[in-house]
Design a protein around this ligand. Structure first.
Ligand code: PLP
Length: 411
C-alpha cells in the first residue's frame, strides 16, 4: 500500500490520536531507518527512547530469533527461565530488592501507584491516620491511563478525563519551599521523574531531590521515581537517580528494556514489597519469556556502553552549547537525553521539519524544546552531522522565517 492510501485508510479506521509524520518506514539497520522509497534517516529519537541499541543489533537479533523458536508466552501461572534472572540483574543495578514485570511505561507507573497505596494502607492499619495523599510535580508526564494521568502535571492531558484520582497535589517544579509547604503526615508518596521527559528534558535539582528524600524519611512516606524515559543507561549510569546519590523506594522502567518489545518493570525494596500478596496485582502478558530473554541481552550490552554514552553525551552537549551561543536558547539534560530549547515554538516546529526533510529524525517535547534521544551506539560523526544540520536549519530559518504550519513531531 502506498503512503497516500495508508494515510487515507488510517484516517478512516483509527482513533484520531496521532499526528504522524508523512513517512512510511519499512526497515532499519544500525542508526538508520529506511522509508518505502529507500530514503535513509539518521535516527536521533530511537522510537522515543526505545531503540537504544539501534536497529538489527546482532546480539538482540540472535536472542530474539532463538527464543521465538522456543517459547513466546506462558502467562504468569507458570515459571519460565528468565524472569528471576532479569530481576536479579535489575536489582543488582538499582540496589533495590524486588521486581514486578508488566508491558509498558504507564502500566509500570500504575502499579507503582498501587504499591504506594497498598503500603500506606498497611501503615494506616498500623496506627497512622489518613495517610493516602500523593504529591507529584507540575509539568510531569507519567502516561495515559487514569492513575498516570492523575499524577501528570499538565492540564492539556488531564482536563478531558476529569474527574481523576483524588488526593493528588502538584508541587511547583524544583520549588523546595512549595515541597516543604505541601509535605506532611498525610502524604504517602512523592512521585517524580528524575529528568522530566515530555515536559521538556528538565532534570530535577539536587536540592529538591535531597529534600524530597529527607521529607519521605521524616514522614515514613515513599519516594517513587519514574525512570521510564531517563533510566536504563540513557544518562550514562544504569539509572539517572544514581547521579544524585539517593536510593528511591520504588522505580519504574520500560521503554528500551526489551530492545523494542513491550516490557516494563517496577523495582522496589523488601519493605514495600511486603504489602503485596497473590491476587493484588498482575498481568497476563507481563514479563513473558521472549521479552525477558531479550531484556537480559539488552542490559548486558548496555552495561558495556555506559562509558561511551557519557562520552558521547558530553560531546553532543558541548556541540549544542556552541549552537545555543550562536543562535540562542538553552541546552538541558544529561548523557544522551538532551534538549535544545529554542526561543520560539514556531522555530522548533520548523527545525524538526527541516531536519526530517534532510534525513534526520528528532522531535519536539513542549512548545520550544528540540528533543534528542539517540541510540547509545552513536559516534562523533553522527553528532557532527546532526549539529551541522541544526546550525544550517537555524541559519536559514532565522534569515528567512517561514510559517511552521504542518510540523508533526509531537508524541
Ligand atoms: C517518564 C515517562 N513515564 C511514563 C511514560 C508512559 O510510557 P508508555 O507510553 O510506555 O505507557 C512515558 C512515555 O513517554 C514517559 O516518558
Amino acid at each position: 500500500m502506498s503512503l497516500a492510501s495508508l494515510m487515507r485508510a488510517e484516517a478512516e479506521l483509527l482513533l484520531p490520536t496521532y499526528e504522524r509524520n508523512p513517512v512510511l518506514l519499512t526497515r532499519g539497520r544500525g542508526l538508520y531507518l529506511y522509508d518505502s522509497r529507500g530514503r535513509r534517516y539518521l535516527d536521533f529519537l530511537s522510537g522515543i527512547g526505545v531503540n537504544a541499541l539501534g536497529y538489527r543489533h546482532p546480539a538482540i537479533e540472535k536472542v530474539l530469533s532463538q527464543q521465538a523458536k522456543k517459547l513466546i508466552h506462558v502467562s504468569n501461572l507458570f515459571f519460565h527461565p528468565y524472569q528471576a534472572e532479569l530481576a536479579k540483574r535489575l536489582t543488582r543495578m538499582s540496589a533495590l530488592a524486588r521486581v514486578f514485570f508488566c508491558n509498558s511505561g504507564t502500566e509500570a507507573w500504575e502499579g507503582a501507584l498501587k504499591l504506594a497505596r497498598a503500603y500506606a494502607h498497611r501503615q494506616n492499619r498500623n496506627g497512622h491516620k489518613g495517610k493516602w495523599r500523593m504529591l507529584a510535580l507540575d509539568n510531569s508526564f507519567h502516561g495515559r491511563t487514569f492513575g498516570s494521568l492523575a499524577t501528570t502535571g499538565q492540564r492539556k492531558y488531564r482536563t478531558p478525563f476529569a474527574p481523576l484520582l483524588p488526593g493528588i497535589n502538584f508541587v511547583a517544579f524544583n520549588d523546595c519551599l512549595d515541597l516543604q509547604r505541601q509535605f506532611n503526615g498525610s502524604v504517602c508518596a512523592i512521585c517524580l521523574e528524575t529528568i522530566q521527559g515530555e515536559g521538556g528534558i528538565r532534570p530535577v535539582s539536587r536540592e529538591f531531590l535531597r529534600i524530597a528524600r529527607q521529607l519521605t524519611k521524616k514522614h515514613d512516606a515513599l519516594l517513587v521515581i519514574d525512570e521510564i524515559q531517563c533510566g536504563l543507561g540513557r544518562t550514562g549510569r544504569p539509572f539517572a537517580y544514581q547521579h544524585y546519590g539517593i536510593r528511591p523506594d520504588i522505580v519504574t522502567v520500560a521503554k528500551p528494556l526489551a530492545g523494542g518489545l513491550p516490557l516494563g518493570a517496577i523495582l522496589t525494596t523488601n519493605k514495600v514489597a511486603r504489602c503485596m500478596q497473590p491476587g493484588l496485582h498482575g498481568s497476563t502478558f507481563g514479563g513473558g519469556p521472549l521479552s525477558c530473554a531479550v531484556a537480559l541481552e539488552f542490559l548486558q550490552q548496555t552495561e558495556k556502553l555506559l562509558g561511551h554514552i557519557r562520552l558521547m553525551g558530553e560531546y553532543f552537549r558541548a556541540q549544542l552549547e556552541e549552537l545555543a551561543n550562536k543562535h540562542g536558547g538553552q541546552v538541558r539534560g544529561m548523557g544522551l537525553m538532551l534538549a535544545w530549547a529554542l526561543d520560539s515554538p514556531d522555530l522548533a516546529k520548523a527545525v524538526v521539519r527541516r531536519l526530517l526533510a534532510r534525513g534526520i529524525l528528532i522531535n519536539r517535547t513542549n512548545e520550544t524544546a528540540l528533543r534528542f534521544l539517540p541510540p547509545y551506539v552513536i559516534e562523533k560523526r553522527h553528532v557532527d552531522q546532526v549539529t551541522e544540520e541544526l546550525d544550517r536549519a537555524l541559519g536559514e530559518l532565522v534569515r528567512a522565517p517561514r510559517s511552521a504550519k504542518g510540523a508533526r513531531s509531537r508524541t
